[in-house]
Design a binder for this molecule. Structure first.
Ligand SMILES: C[S@@+](CC[C@H](N)C(=O)[O-])C[C@H]1O[C@@H](n2cnc3c(N)ncnc32)[C@H](O)[C@@H]1O
Length: 313
């Protein structure tokens, strides 16, 4: 939108243009000249190194051994000339760099699109102080709020209250008078979450905080009674959460799993091998389950969503 007019939104430009100026002297290895004009428009310009074969080091093809690159494609022919990439290759690399740059700027803008207010900032600060309760990102929270609003959620189960960040987003999307049921094994996290909900303006009638281990609490919740289940607790228990969600959700309800791809964006640590395997297992279970319509979103470290069939016909 702003690219067409050649201008960045004012707040964005005020913050980013100084960085953009700093980029001006960068020389791209592929083109041998300073950054192309479009790339200059990208504030957080990533440097795109080229590997020994002349491919962008960050490209998926570049990471593959020659025998695994797409057959017959130019990418399958490793460059052998000592003179470096040819003109056509240089042009291709330059346009790839421009694309990468635009995408980085776009992501920065998306991150800023839904800024956190005081209640969310304070919940995030509490989570950082207490530890073990990494809050969802604004984009993940915004997605939860959007889905809750889109389906007119009246009753939502959250597995992993933390210090209240995702709960605030969910409550903001849910219908007036609806109830969030949220489960966590750490009393201190729930104490902070309760305070965060109050600070965000939600009375106690809007939430039910249940302390305990998820797999002990979930069997006590009613069948077919919930519009949404959001899973963000023990990363080894994802398959069990899915089984519970299938029982708890009404037809047409939606289950979501936070952080189902390897990565550490916004988390306190990388997943262990066992956690990564559990995430891979639930991704496949959701994809293969004929009772569900699956969706894997590139939000945070992967937000896995699925709608239970049998809603309005
Ligand atoms: C990533 S944090 C949740 C963050 C929260 N969704 C937010 O955005 O603020 C995970 C939470 O799950 C809780 N938890 C971990 N294992 C659990 C389990 N087996 N049963 C219940 N809660 C658990 C932790 O105490 C922690 O508060």
């Amino acid at each position: 939108m702003f690219r067409r007019s050649g201008r960045w939104p004012r707040a964005f430009a005020a913050r980013e243009l100084p960085r953009r100026r700093r980029c001006r002297n960068w020389i791209f290895p592929a083109t041998g000249r300073s950054t192309p004009r479009l790339a200059l428009d990208a504030p957080s310009l990533p440097f795109a190194p080229v590997n020994a074969q002349g491919y962008l080091a960050s490209s998926r093809i570049a990471g593959l051994p020659a025998r695994l690159r797409p057959e017959g494609s130019k990418a399958s022919q490793p460059r052998t000339s000592k003179a470096g990439p040819g003109r056509r290759t240089r042009r291709r690399l330059a346009s790839a760099e421009v694309l990468i740059s635009i995408s980085a700027a776009t992501l920065a803008y998306i991150d800023d699109f839904l800024p956190e207010d005081d209640a969310l900032i304070s919940a995030r600060r509490n989570a950082a102080e207490v530890g073990g309760a990494a809050p969802v990102s604004p984009l993940t929270g915004g997605t939860l709020r959007f889905i809750a609003a889109a389906i007119g959620a009246r009753s939502v189960v959250e597995i992993g209250t933390g210090c209240g960040t995702s709960g605030i987003w969910l409550l903001r999307g849910m219908r007036p008078g609806s109830v969030l049921t949220t489960v966590d094994s750490e009393p201190e996290h729930q104490r902070l979450a309760r305070a965060a909900y109050l600070a965000a303006g939600f009375p106690p009638s809007r939430y039910r905080l249940i302390g305990g281990l998820a797999l002990e609490v979930l069997p006590r919740l009613a069948d077919n009674a919930y519009d949404m289940v959001f899973c963000d607790a023990d990363r080894l228990e994802l398959s069990a959460y899915l089984a519970s969600a299938l029982r708890l959700l009404r037809p047409g309800g939606i289950v979501l799993f936070n952080s189902v791809l390897p990565g550490s964006a916004g988390t306190e640590r990388l997943p262990t091998d066992a956690e990564a395997a559990a995430a891979a297992e639930v991704r496949e279970q959701v994809r293969a389950d004929e009772r569900l319509t699956p969706l894997l979103l590139p939000i945070g470290n992967g937000l896995l969503a699925a709608a239970r069939h049998g809603g309005s016909s």
